[in-house]
Design a protein around this ligand. Structure first.
Ligand code: FVH
Length: 306
């Protein structure tokens, strides 16, 4: 049965345990979050700009608010935002009274935007936690997939609602600076972008081979990238100690010489090398500065213009 109260349309459900959650935004990710909370027995109030998207969730037990102000006014637990971008957060919460509310913003934003949004929320009397989602919708509510969410900002808010926040995906608190969740999120996505560039180049190289087993090649590639991922720890240790020759197994001079074979093969197979050459150029510059015996850590400073 659907009951209409002022700005809320409610479904009768059983008495459910768990912190009540209010969720603004029912796109692909918001809908997945909603189903995770409903499935775990958390009373859920939802709002979406296009109201039709809330229909199926009402049928699954969610209370549907007709305005963001109505949704927020009735909130006694976390008010979670999962909207397209920071501008949509601004628009959705324009004029909404946030006094005393616990705002958790899972909308992708830059670290700078997250800090501004935190100040904006606190000035309106709210507590604020920012989040960066390291998962795609099918991973939500499925811990075995390894998805998680970075959180930063108000630690007390995070601790108070950690039970609810851990329902959709693992929850990692990365500091009280509200920009840190976004910084972690963007850094990991940036690393992924570089990796995807490498994968694209590799498939372009082998692409012309008619008898190549692509599934077999994909398995080799995934295994190799996994084996090489330990580079992250080597680089962190070198950056920490300041000794960029520490624990080096493959030095820059050797790798730079090897780049010639990579470029010659790309040319031979008519593959555009531009996804690789900016990185190779950084390597060459560091070797030219006399650091051929180092690992990769010295290039971090080059990239930062130091
Ligand atoms: N989906 C994914 O794979 C990624 C995984 C990592 C994290 N992202 C971020 O999550 C945020 C939401 O993503 P989403 O997948 O839900 O995105 P959409 O399906 O495009 O839904 C967008 C929702 O935002 C609403 N919206 C857009 N503009 C406004 C506005 N001006 N005022 C109020 N709401 C707005 C939109 O409403 P409607 O179009 O249905 O009316 C959707 O609810 C995002 O930051 C990702 O980067 C997802």
């Amino acid at each position: 049965m659907i009951r209409v109260h002022s700005s809320l349309i409610a479904m009768d459900t059983h008495t459910t345990p768990g912190t009540p959650v209010t969720l603004l935004g029912l796109g692909g990710m918001g809908t997945a979050l909603a189903r995770a909370w409903l499935g775990a027995g958390h009373p859920l109030t939802v709002w979406n700009r296009t109201p039709e998207k809330a229909g199926p969730l009402a049928g699954e037990g969610a209370r549907v608010a007709s305005t963001p102000a109505g949704a927020v006014a009735s909130a006694t637990g976390p008010v979670v935002l999962c909207l397209l971008d920071d501008a949509s957060v601004e628009e959705a919460l324009d004029g909404v009274d946030l006094t005393g509310k616990d705002v958790v913003n899972l909308t992708t934003s830059t670290p700078a935007d997250a800090r501004l949004r935190a100040r904006w929320a606190v000035e309106r009397g709210a507590r604020f936690l920012d989040g960066g989602i390291m998962a795609v919708p099918p991973m939500i509510g499925r811990p075995e997939t390894g998805g998680y969410i970075f959180y930063s900002g108000d630690r007390a808010l995070f601790e108070r609602h950690s039970g609810a926040l851990e329902v959709p995906a693992g929850a990692k608190f990365v500091g009280e600076d509200p920009g840190h969740a976004a910084l972690h999120d963007i850094a990991l996505l940036s690393a992924m972008t570089g990796m995807l560039a490498g994968i694209t180049h590799a498939f372009a190289l082998v692409g012309a081979e008619k008898d190549l087993d692509r599934a077999g090649f994909a398995a080799l590639l995934a295994e190799w990238l996994g084996a090489m991922s330990g580079t992250t720890h080597e680089m962190a240790a070198q950056l920490e100690s300041g000794d960029y020759t520490e624990g080096v197994t493959s030095n820059l001079a050797m790798m730079t010489a090897g780049n010639d074979a990579l470029l010659a093969t790309a040319e031979d197979r008519s593959v555009d090398p531009r996804l690789l050459t900016p990185y190779m150029e950084l390597m060459r510059r560091r070797v030219a500065q006399g650091h051929g015996d180092e690992g990769l850590a010295g290039m971090v400073g080059l990239l930062r213009g130091e």
